[in-house]
Design a protein around this ligand. Structure first.
Ligand SMILES: NC(=O)c1ccc[n+]([C@@H]2O[C@H](COP(=O)([O-])OP(=O)(O)OC[C@H]3O[C@@H](n4cnc5c(N)ncnc54)[C@H](OP(=O)(O)O)[C@@H]3O)[C@@H](O)[C@H]2O)c1
Length: 338
């Protein structure tokens, strides 16, 4: 079993197949354009957006939220500071640094929010499930959490409205596209070029590749105003065949690496940097038993990576310390590719 984003191996792939007949069937809310996938809500007499019936701008979903877990936070906090109130991180004109990070509920994304919270950033999180406040809260965690399935193209434009409203002053300093899925077969087996169902291809590419560009494009003006930094989390599997990670996952990550390069070129004239981080084998809460033994001989440093180590690198790429770096992909893998 893979330790390389085992994200969804225990659950069936969620979300709907993309459709083109939704408008005709009346599935889209007023103001949603199913061709461009943009959403412009009508405004009321007070100039505020009027959300469609059934849409909850707080949880930002039409679906019932799944029950949250009371389980303890699975992340190893040994290497993290205790949560504490720290002075807010400010930009050059004194505005609080604000980031959006996808997939913050577990693993690497969770360590990213812990790191940035410790550094005084304001963090807006996106994931499918409701904020699990009992596990590991940080300042304004529940208030700044947007529930959205990044595999559902109809939800992303709606989520964008909610995020923009939360950003408030129109400035975004960082966008971290961290959420990723890597479906496995019914018995946990690797899905290769011959065995990957088309639905899986669509879902994987939507979450891993299309959602990052939809979010970056959707928040372009805010990122421009904040001289922002975009970090895409790719993977070691984008450059070579991996024994566990499936073909759709690997190719989506390779495409995200290429997209990082293209975006860096297009966004640079607007003062926005775009980089990628390609983790190797990082310990998350859903590592399979035996993974360490399997991979240690292949890793010159003879250990797996920690999510906190990836978070440090994300912070570097979102800080002034990396102000002249764009279009790069930084490997973090203990020498796995040497
Ligand atoms: N761990 C590794 O060894 C490794 C190696 C290379 C690359 N990576 C990459 O690093 C990133 C984080 O991986 P991880 O190991 O931390 O994974 P993880 O522990 O499984 O966490 C994945 C996160 O993504 C969110 N997510 C999944 N599907 C989503 C969807 N459709 N919409 C919105 N959010 C979604 C999940 O939250 P919800 O379930 O609440 O939605 C969760 O917070 C991924 O891009 C992965 O591909 C990981």
């Amino acid at each position: 079993m893979s330790n390389d984003h085992p994200t969804d191996r225990d659950r069936p792939i969620s979300g709907q197949a993309p459709t083109t007949d939704g408008a005709a069937a009346g599935r889209y809310p007023p103001g949603y354009d199913p061709v461009t996938h943009t959403y412009t809500p009508p405004t009321g007499p007070d100039g505020q957006p009027v959300y469609p019936p059934g849409y909850d701008p707080v949880t930002h979903t039409f679906k019932r939220p799944e029950p949250s877990s009371d389980a303890a936070c699975p992340v190893d906090h040994e290497h993290l500071h205790e949560y504490r109130h720290v002075p807010p991180a400010l930009d050059e004109v004194g505005d609080r640094r604000t980031m959006v990070v996808t997939g913050a509920s577990r693993g690497i994304g969770h360590s990213i929010v812990r790191k940035f919270a410790d550094e005084g950033w304001r963090i807006i999180t996106i994931s499918r499930h409701a904020f699990e406040g009992n596990r590991c809260p940080w300042e304004a965690g529940p208030e700044d959490h947007v529930q959205c399935d990044l595999g559902d193209r109809e939800q992303i434009p709606l989520a964008m409205i909610d995020i923009k409203r939360r950003i408030g002053n129109g400035k975004l300093h960082a966008l971290v596209n961290n959420a990723g899925i890597s479906p496995k077969g019914p018995n946990g087996e690797r899905l290769n070029s011959l065995t990957t169902p088309m639905m899986s291809w669509m879902q994987v590419f939507h979450v891993n590749l299309l959602a990052p560009i939809m979010l970056a494009k959707g928040m372009f003006e805010e990122l421009k105003a904040g001289h922002g930094s975009i970090v895409n989390i790719t993977s070691v599997v984008g450059s070579r065949v991996h024994p566990f990670a499936g073909t759709a996952y690997a190719t989506s990550k390779a495409a995200l690496t290429a997209l990082t390069r293209e975006m860096a070129n297009d966004f640079a004239p607007h003062g926005i940097r775009v980089n990628a981080i390609a983790p190797g084998e990082i310990i998350t809460d859903i590592l399979s038993p035996g993974t360490e033994e399997k991979f240690l001989p292949l890793i010159p440093m003879r250990r797996l990576g920690r999510p906190e180590e990836v978070a440090e690198l994300v912070h570097f790429l979102c800080s002034e310390a990396s102000s002249y770096i764009t279009g790069e992909q930084i490997n973090i893998n203990g020498g796995q590719l040497l």
